[in-house]
Write a protein that binds this ligand. Structure first.
Ligand code: FES
Length: 170
């Protein structure tokens, strides 16, 4: 082996060692960060949340939208049901199949999950496709002209509303 070949072989070896070290360092950092992010997602949701009128008042019968913020980590779907008896219904927008975010298309009689063609009725009950369970519906209460939502009805009692998340960017 010539001196030049030996130099090239050593250089390749060193590059391999450095590259391997960088990969190991990257994996060693990424795994805990991913785990940490996963834990953040598992933080318990707040007891209740106050919605600003601007977040829901513009909805006409047969319209819906995803709230521009989440309830803890939970996406929130607002549906103003069609028809003369129109009513605001509020759902956890997490599909019960594989956690895609569901949506409502104006005028439809169902909530739709595009991931695997899942359908729910406007009460959140599974209607067609693979979802195995209904959507979770938020409890709601109007107090002093303010709309509050919660996953548990008891969290809408007077004394517990003190703990409600209020600011849209909170
Ligand atoms: S995740 Fe919604 S149907 Fe599969």
């Amino acid at each position: 082996m010539k001196i030049k070949d030996s130099y090239i072989a050593r250089r390749k070896f060193l590059c391999g060692m450095i590259g391997g070290g960088a990969v190991a360092l990257g994996a060693g950092t990424a795994v805990p960060l991913t785990y940490y992010a996963g834990n953040l997602r598992q933080q318990p949701p707040p007891p209740s949340m106050m919605l600003e009128p601007a977040e829901y008042e513009g909805l006409l019968p047969g319209q819906g939208k995803l709230l521009g913020r989440t309830y803890g980590h939970i996406p929130v779907l607002l549906v103003q049901t069609p028809g003369p008896e129109s009513e605001l219904r509020i759902f956890d927008a997490t599909c019960t199949h594989f956690t895609c975010v569901v949506k409502y298309e104006d005028g439809e009689d169902h909530i739709y999950c595009a991931c695997h063609e899942g359908f729910f009725d406007l009460d959140g009950r599974e209607k067609a496709g693979p979802p195995p369970a209904p959507l979770t519906k938020f409890e709601k209460r109007v107090k002093d002209g303010q709309l509050y939502i919660a996953l548990e009805k008891e969290n809408l009692e007077d004394e517990k509303l003190e703990d409600a998340i209020r600011e849209p960017d909170a």
